[in-house]
Ligand binder design. Structure first.
Ligand SMILES: [Zn+2]
Length: 178
C-alpha cells in the first residue's frame, strides 16, 4: 500500500433491510475471482464495523485508486426491489460511518475533501448518496460531538467562563441550524 490519500465509501448494493455481513461479501468477491473481500471495512445494518482487508493491504474496491485508498462499505444501498439505488443507511450505520471516517481521517491526516464516493471514480451509483450530503452530515455530527465536550467542560466551572461558552455555543448552534 502506498500512502493513504483517500477514503472511498461504498455500498454493498444489497436490498434495504436485508442482513448481510463481511463474510457474505468475502464469499461473493472470491466468486468474482478476488483472493478475498475487496473492502477494508464493512458496516452492518446494526452499525457493527467489521474488518475486511488489513489497512496496509491494497484493497480491490475502486479501479485506479486501490493502492492509495481505504474502502469502506455499508450493507444496503438499493431499495427492496434489489436494483434501484437508495441511501438505505440505518441510524446506527450512519453513526458508525462518521466514527470510522473520523478515526481514519485523524490516523492518515486526511481532510473531508479526501473522503469520496465510489461514483466519483466510476460510472456507478455507489454508495447511493452524494458525497456533499455525507460531508454535511459529518460536519453536523462533528459539531455535536464538540458541543458535548464544551458542555462537559462547563459543568466543572463557575463564573463568567461558562457564560461565554454558552454564548458561543448558542451562536454555533444557530449557525448549524441554517
Ligand atoms: Zn462501490
Amino acid at each position: 500500500m502506498n500512502k493513504v490519500m483517500y477514503l472511498i465509501l461504498h455500498c454493498a448494493a444489497t436490498p434495504e433491510g436485508k442482513s448481510f455481513t463481511a463474510k457474505d461479501i468475502d464469499k461473493m468477491h472470491k466468486q468474482r475471482g478476488f483472493k478475498k473481500i475487496g473492502y477494508h471495512y464493512v458496516i452492518d445494518l446494526d452499525g457493527t464495523i467489521e474488518k475486511g482487508r488489513a489497512e496496509n493491504e491494497i484493497g480491490a474496491h475502486c479501479i485506479g485508486y486501490n493502492s492509495k485508498s481505504i474502502g469502506i462499505c455499508y450493507i444496503g444501498g438499493v431499495a427492496k426491489d434489489g436494483k434501484t439505488p437508495k441511501d438505505t443507511r440505518t441510524k446506527e450505520q450512519k453513526q458508525s460511518m462518521y466514527e470510522l471516517v473520523d478515526k481514519l481521517m485523524k490516523k492518515y491526516n486526511l481532510t473531508l475533501k479526501q473522503v469520496h464516493g465510489h461514483y466519483e471514480f466510476a460510472n456507478k451509483a455507489c454508495p447511493s448518496f452524494k458525497i456533499e450530503k455525507f460531508r454535511q452530515e459529518f460536519n453536523e455530527w462533528k459539531a455535536k460531538q464538540n458541543s458535548k465536550t464544551i458542555l462537559l467542560t462547563n459543568e466543572k466551572k463557575n463564573g463568567i467562563l461558562p457564560k461565554i461558552f454558552n454564548f458561543l455555543f448558542d451562536i454555533l448552534k444557530s449557525y448549524f441550524k441554517k
